[in-house]
Design a protein around this ligand. Structure first.
Ligand code: AP5
Ligand code: MG
Length: 185
């Protein structure tokens, strides 16, 4: 089963994806986490990505697709695949369709988490990751609105694929909503 965790910066994609993947025994791919690891390890991809991630802009579809292709073949991902923060552009969504079609697979559900923007800014500033400063947070939201939110129209073409849940509650309550949404697919 392929599940996409979707939503603006700070909605809890990573928190919920990690819990869900661990409890279900699925693989969890956060492209943001993969890029931060590459940056820390100073790999070729990390060197290309560093400034882009620091500024809150999007790394190229080519780089991200390469990470996804290399990750989805790992054994853990055969039981189930949680995609967190990917896809983020129409090009990535189309690349994903092709990767999955080659294996006879399809996205099973898009869990779209929503949270009020004021709450998001507070959450991100409190976390304090390197890209959690006011300037970069503003850019990440702008990129989300322009490049990523329109993907909801792409996925809405498949009836009932998108399950929108309110992410403004404590973590375990949101988890219950996520689980119910996936089970209702
Ligand atoms: P990425 O790492 O994906 O960041 P993001 O989308 O901005 O989202 P975050 O990770 O900040 O938030 P989240 O929704 O995962 O929430 P979290 O659970 O952490 O991407 C970073 C960068 O990498 C991008 O800007 C881009 O440069 C690059 N990149 C990544 N993917 C890419 C792609 N596909 N294409 C191109 N470039 C890409 O929660 C946030 C905080 O809130 C945490 O402190 C958490 O503890 C807290 N929290 C979570 N849930 C709750 C709750 N229910 N109540 C209270 N607090 C909560
Ligand atoms: Mg995250």
């Amino acid at each position: 089963m392929i599940i996409i965790f979707f939503g603006a910066p700070g909605v809890g994609k990573g928190t919920q994806a990690a819990l869900f993947a661990e409890r279900m025994g699925y693989g969890h791919l956060s492209t943001g986490e993969a890029l931060r690891n590459a940056i820390a390890a100073q790999t070729d991809i990390g060197k290309l990505a560093k400034q882009i991630v620091d500024e809150g802009k999007l790394v190229s579809d080519e780089i991200v697709t390469k990470i996804v292709e290399e990750t989805l073949v790992l054994p853990k991902f055969q039981a189930g695949t949680i995609l967190d923060g990917y896809p983020r552009t129409l090009g990535q969504a189309e690349a994903l369709e092709n990767i999955l079609a080659a294996k006879g697979q399809k996205v099973a559900v898009v869990v779209n988490i929503t949270v009020n923007q004021e709450t998001l800014v507070q959450r991100l500033l409190a976390r304090g990751r390197k890209d959690d400063n006011e300037t970069t947070i503003r850019e990440r939201f702008a990129v989300y609105e322009k490049e990523t939110a329109p993907l909801l129209d792409f996925y809405a073409k498949t009836p009932n694929l998108i399950k929108t849940i309110d992410g403004e509650a404590e973590v375990e309550e949101v988890y219950k909503r996520v689980k119910a949404a996936v089970e209702a697919r």
